[in-house]
Design a protein around this ligand. Sequence first.
Ligand code: FAD
Ligand code: SF4
Length: 511
Amino acid sequence: LRHLVLVLGDQLNLQSAALERFDSSRDRVLMVEARGESTHVPSTKMRSALFLSAMRHFAEAVRAKGWPIDYLRLGAHAFDTLDEALGDALARHAPQALVVVEPGEWRLEQAVLAVCGAAGVRVDLRDDLHFMCGRNEFADDARGKSRLVMEAFYRRMRVKHGVLMEPDGEPLGGQWNFDAENRGAFGRAGPGLLPPPPSFPPDAITREAIADVEQHFGDHYGSADAFAWPVTRAQALEALADFVTHRLQDFGRFQDAMWQQEPFLYHALLSSSLNLKLLDPREVIDAAVARYHDGAVPIEAVEGFVRQILGWREFIRGVYWWRMPKLLEANALGHTAPLPDWYWTGKVQMNCMKNAIGQTLETGYAHHIQRLMVTGNFALTFGMEPAQVHAWYLSVYVDAVEWVEAPNTLGMALYADGARFVTKPYAAGGAYIRRMSNYCDGCRYKPGARSGDEACPMTVMYWDFVARHAPMLERNPRTVMMVKNLRRFDADDLSAIRATAERMRARPDAL
Ligand code: FAD
Ligand code: SF4
C-alpha cells in the first residue's frame, strides 16, 4: 500500500487535503468508530448518534467513488481506542505513509503521531484547508503576544479574503462592526411566529446509528429521539439555504435573545455541519453575502453573521492551538466546586437552567447566549471546577469538538485562562436573564431578590462572585462598574447575600 488515508469523524469532506491525489489502485481510506471517542467524556446520545450517522454516510460517499475503505464499525471490532485500531491497521497494511489532515484535537494529533512513530510509518500531516486562517499563519501572528483580540483578527480576515469590503479597502456599510445593533430582546410580546427550523428525520443509516448508540451507550445522558440534524453534505447545503432564506434577516437583531420552548429562534443551526466539514465556511459566507447583494438582508444582519464565522470561529481555532495543551488545565480563578448532577439531567428548579439544559439534552443544541450567559455564567459565578464544566460542554452539544469547545468554555465562559483572549469575565445576574428572555416569568425565584427564600441563584451568585473577585474586577475598566455597584449595598445586605450564597453552594441539589 502506498498511502493509508485516515479520515477522522469530524473530517467528512471529499475535497479534504487528505484525499487529494488519492489513487484507488495504491491507496486506502481508514475510518474508525472508536468506543473511546464516546467515553473519554460521556458523549450524549444525540451527539454520538450524529457523529456515527454522518461518518457512515460519508463512508457510503467514499464507496460510491470506488475508493477502497476499511470502515471499522462500533461493536464489529475489538479496539477501544483510535490508537489501537490505527496501530493494527498500520501493521496489516504496512503503508509507505499515513496520510491525515491535522486533527481537530491536540490529544488525537499526539496519539496519531505516537502510533505512527512506534510503527515506524511516515506521517504525511496535511493542513486543514477547511479553515480560512492556517495554524501557522495564526501562530506567526500570535508569536510574542500575551493577549489576542478577536476584533483585530477579524478585520485582517475581512481584508485578506475580501469579504464585505469596498474596492478602496474600506468596510462595506462604512463600519466594521454592527454589534451595537445586534443585542435586541423580544420584549414581553415574544418573538411571534417563527420560521420552522429545517428538519432531517432519520433515514435507515441514522436509525441504525441511533440503535447502536442505545446498545453501546444506553446509560449515557440525553436522547436521540428528536434527531433532525443534517448528516450528509446535501442536507447541510439544504440547511444553509433554509437559513439564509428564512432566518438570516433577523439573526443579528435577536442573536442574544432567549424564549421558553423556542430552542432555535433565528439561529443558523449550521455549527455541526461546519464542524463535521460537511460545509465549507467560504460557501456559508458567500451564501449570506449574496443575500445582502440581492437586497434581501440588511448589512447589520450579514455582518453580524460573517463575524461569527470568519471572526469568532477562525479566531477560536487559532487560540486553541496557541494555548494547547496548557488550556485544558487553566483555572485562573482557582474554582473547585463540583458540577451539580442536574447539569446532566435538567432536573433543577431555576427555570433558565431547566430550559437551557432541557433543550440541550433533548436536541443537542443551545445557542451561544444560552451557553455563555445561562449555563456558563452560572458555572462561573458559582465557582465550578473548569475541567468538569469543560467535560460537560464537550459531551452534550452536537457541534462539540475540542478545538472549538475548549476555548469557548474555559476561556470565554469561565475566564479560566484569564484575559488572554477575552476582555472580561462574562458574569451577570438575574436582571440580565429577565431582560433577554421570558424564563423568569415561570420561575419559583425572583430575579431581583438577593436573599431569602425567593432569592434568585443567578443574582445571588453574581454578587457573591463580584465580592469574591473584587480586586481583579476593579482593575479592569470593563468590569469596574460591577464593583462600584456592589459597594452601594450596606453591610447587612452584603452579609445576607454572602450567607445565601454559602447556603446555595452547600446544597446545589436544592436549587
Ligand atoms: P449561530 O449563533 O447561528 O452562529 C453562526 C455560526 O457562527 C455558528 O454555526 C458557528 O460556526 C459560528 N460561531 C458563533 N459563535 C462562535 C464561537 N464563539 N466560537 C466558534 N464559532 C462560533 N461552538 C461550536 O461549534 N462547538 C462547540 O463545542 C461550542 N461550545 C461552546 C461552549 C460555550 C461555553 C460557548 C459560550 C460557546 C460555544 N460554541 C461552540 C459557540 C456557539 O455557541 C455555537 O457555535 C453556536 O451556538 C452554534 O449554533 P448555530 O450554528 O445556530 O450558530
Ligand atoms: Fe433564572 Fe433567576 Fe430568572 Fe429563575 S428568576 S429564571 S433562576 S434568572
